[in-house]
Structures are given as structure tokens and as C-alpha cells.
Design a protein around this ligand. Structure first.
Ligand SMILES: *Cc1c(COP(=O)(O)O)cnc(C)c1O
Length: 426
């Protein structure tokens, strides 16, 4: 290992990066990551070297079905050929210029995303957390310049067990202690209420409230679906109190829940949304804040920005990703996936399962508190499934939306076998 690392630049010059990657074993990959990387993840001990559609292969040639789909970011499958084609064509043009100039790619992407979401205007960014931050800044400036709130007094209502990303502002209003305990002090201006509780939102509203922000379904929080009427209810509260409704659609957006966007389940049309994850087509981070002209127009030159936000390559990828979803009925595919997975898991009738929750292909399987989660995790990997627990002892099933029915059935069969093995203590 040591010699390989010492001669890294030389090896790259002589044989290329690909050949070097091919020579790394699973243990090499683990050692490198654990030695040189921060330990802010605890990965499965699997070394993935190739992907196609919903299938991943490790360096030993073992095949896995990807049930994480990079936390819903891989909706189009790994190495989607249509998106690769768009990328290859773009390599002949430009990939990274700056927002100091106009490019046709940026313009077309902004139009495409506005049309896709049914909203007016777009502020392009990169990661989901940046998109959320952008929404928060837009909401505050709207509050000061349009609602007339005294500068510095804006309040935004958010929900407990939320997941909106990892920036210092965002973790400051997260209720998961590990996310925020050691990273303060945090700025004021956020009021946390229980998710799914309309009365709590109502009680938290003051004359200084500029917005309510939540995920239509809490994904990282354990696939938590709010009670019926909640989405429409907060829309109504926002209307009555002249405040903005912000849906964080980074994970629920782009067909994942069997709707183009999670809010459509109750037609709770937002003033602002954050989008990201699958907008990058499985290739790179592409995110945005999208919303009504009334809100987005508050930004003036210099108010906000991002070096990479709206770059031509990202914009072409975003366009190709949306075109795939529109032209190949991803909504229908996600509903089909819901049928196969939800019904399939229920029919397993496993005594280990406490609850199965989900909409579309955003599905959580919560196991009973006495189940050995580590053992089940190991058995799932042994069966050739890549999945992990989110919070609340819930195993996540968010495979690519393009996953074929036969492969979805295979997921169910493998989960059944892993549960059985865990049940008998294997
Ligand atoms: C993943 C996620 C984010 C953060 O996205 P990053 O790209 O990791 O910054 C924000 N909101 C929701 C709902 C998410 O699921």
C-alpha cells in the first residue's frame, strides 16, 4: 500500500487513474478512506467499482441491487445512457464558465426547471443544503422588503426530526442531537414545532413569521408521512397569515413519491421549493431554489451566488435528467414501484417488522426494537442488497426509479431471506 501511495503521481502519469483504481482491493479502499478521510460516515464494508441501472458490483465481482440510490439522488439509474449522451455532447462545447456571462445552457435549464415545477423563477445552486439556504435567505429578504418586518426579526417555522442538510445554519434547528451538539453557537430566527401537527404550526405563528418550511414526507427522519390534510392545512395557514410556504423537495421531488413533487399529494402549492438530488441525473450535484416571481425577484445582483451554480455542464445534466423523467413516465414507474415493494414487504409477514411506510419509491421498513439491526444489515448485504438504517430503526428502500419490476421483486425476495436469517439468529 505504502509504495502505491508514494508513487501516486508517477503511477497516474504512467498507467492512468483507471488502471490504478482496478488494482485497489476492498481492504485498500477501506484503509485509504479511514486513514486520509474524516470519519463522518460509517460505510458498509463494500467496495463498489461499477454501476449500471439499479445494479452495483464490488471489486470482487459480487452483484448488489442498490436500494439506497444515493439517498434518492440516483433516480435515473447508474450511468444512465441518455444523460451520458448529453454529457458527451456538452464536452464538445463548454463545461464551466461563470455567471459573469450568459450561456444558452443556463438559460434553457432555468426555463426547463420553472416549467417542470410549475413555478416562475429559479436560483441555481449545487447541493441540497445550499438550495435550502437559498430558500431561507429569499424568505427573510421577502419578509423584510415585502411583508415589512423589522430588520433582524424574521422568524421561520420548521419541524422537529427534519433533515435539510448540514450547514451550520441548518443543523442549528435540527432536533437530532448528534447533528448539532458540538457545532454551535447558532443564530436565532427558527421556531421548531412537531412534524404533522397543524395546531402547533398555528400556535407558533407571530407577526414576524416569514415562512413555514418542511419536507412533504420526512425522508432521513425515518420516512415519516404526515397525517392527511397536513400539507393543505399549512398552505391555508400560510395564506391566512401572509407567510411563505417552503417545501424542501430535495428528496421527495422529481417523481420519488409517485407525484412529480411531494406537495402535489394534497395540491399544497408552495411559494418556494428547494430541489436537488435527482436533478443531477446520478452524475453530479445540481440544485436550486425555485418559486414564485413575487419571492425570487427580491434577489438583486450581489445578494447571493455560487461559483459552480448554474454551470453549463450541470445545466445540461439537469435538463437531460428532467427530459428523461418527463418522457419516460417516472411518475408511473414510481407508482409501479410502490405497488411491488410496499405490497411485497407486507406479504413477507415478518415478525421482525414493526411498520412499513412509504409513498412511491420512498419506502421505510421499521424493525422491532429487539431486532439486531447490525445483524440484519449484514444479512441484507450478504443477500446482495445495499441499504442502511435511517433514524427510528428504519431500513430505507429508495432504489432508482427506473428499477425494473423483476428486480423490484428480487429486492422483496432478498429482504425476505435476510429477515428469515436474522430471525433464526444466523
Ligand atoms: C439530502 C437532503 C438535503 C441535503 O442535500 P445535500 O445535497 O446533501 O446538501 C436537504 N433536504 C433534504 C430533504 C434532503 O433529503
Amino acid at each position: 500500500m505504502q509504495t502505491k501511495v508514494n508513487s501516486l503521481w508517477q503511477s497516474i502519469a504512467q498507467e492512468g487513474i483507471g488502471a490504478l483504481l482496478d488494482r485497489l482491493s476492498t481492504q485498500d479502499a477501506i484503509d485509504l478512506a479511514e486513514t486520509y478521510g474524516t470519519h463522518n460516515y460509517k460505510p458498509l464494508t463494500v467496495n463498489i467499482v461499477r454501476g449500471e441501472g439499479a445494479v452495483l458490483w464490488d471489486s470482487e465481482g459480487k452483484e448488489y441491487i442498490d436500494c439506497i440510490g444515493c439517498y434518492s439522488a440516483v433516480a435515473h439509474g447508474h450511468q444512465n445512457p441518455a444523460i451520458i449522451k448529453a454529457i458527451e455532447q456538452q464536452f464538445e462545447r463548454t463545461t464551466l464558465v461563470s455567471r459573469a456571462v450568459y450561456t444558452p445552457e443556463t438559460g434553457l435549464f432555468l426555463k426547463g426547471l420553472a416549467e417542470y415545477t410549475g413555478l416562475d423563477m429559479v436560483c441555481p445552486m449545487n447541493s441540497g443544503a445550499e438550495a435550502v439556504e437559498t430558500c431561507l435567505k429569499l424568505a427573510r429578504k421577502w419578509g423584510y422588503t415585502k411583508k415589512g418586518i423589522e430588520i433582524g426579526k424574521a422568524e421561520i417555522i420548521v419541524c422537529s426530526d427534519n433533515f435539510h442538510g448540514r450547514t451550520t445554519t441548518i443543523v442549528g434547528f435540527n432536533s437530532e442531537v448528534q447533528y448539532n451538539k458540538f457545532f454551535g453557537p447558532y443564530g436565532p430566527g427558527f421556531v421548531v414545532v412537531p412534524f404533522g401537527d397543524l395546531e402547533a404550526v398555528k400556535a407558533a405563528i407571530t407577526p414576524n413569521t416569514v415562512a413555514f418550511m418542511a419536507e412533504p414526507i420526512q425522508a432521513e427522519g425515518g420516512i415519516i408521512i404526515p397525517p392527511d390534510g397536513y400539507l393543505a392545512g399549512v398552505r391555508q395557514l400560510c395564506d391566512e397569515n401572509n407567510m411563505l410556504l417552503i417545501w424542501d423537495e430535495v428528496q421527495t421531488g422529481f417523481c420519488r413519491t409517485g407525484y412529480k413533487f411531494g406537495w402535489q399529494y394534497e395540491a399544497a402549492k408552495p411559494d418556494l421549493i428547494s430541489v436537488g438530488k435527482p436533478l443531477g441525473g446520478g452524475f453530479m450535484p445540481v440544485s436550486a431554489a425555485v418559486g414564485s416571481k413575487e419571492v425570487l425577484e427580491v434577489f438583486t445582483p450581489g445578494d447571493h451566488g455560487s461559483t459552480f451554480g448554474g454551470n453549463p455542464l450541470a445545466c445540461v445534466i439537469g435538463l437531460a435528467a428532467m427530459a428523461e423523467m418527463e418522457n419516460h413516465d417516472y411518475v408511473g414507474k414510481a407508482r409501479r414501484g410502490e405497488e411491488v415493494l410496499l405490497d411485497g414487504f407486507k406479504n413477507l409477514n415478518s415478525p421482525l417488522i414493526k411498520e412499513i411506510r412509504g409513498r412511491g419509491m420512498l419506502i421505510g421498513v421499521e424493525v422491532n426494537s429487539d431486532v439486531d439491526g447490525a445483524a440484519l444489515s449484514k444479512n441484507l448485504v450478504a443477500e446482495g442488497l445495499i441499504t442502511k438504517e435511517t433514524r427510528k430503526r428504519t431500513f430505507r428502500f429508495t432504489p432508482p426509479i427506473v428499477t425494473e419490476v423483476q428486480l423490484l421483486q428480487e429486492i422483496v425476495a432478498r429482504v425476505g431471506r435476510a429477515l428469515k436469517k436474522t430471525e433464526v439468529g444466523a
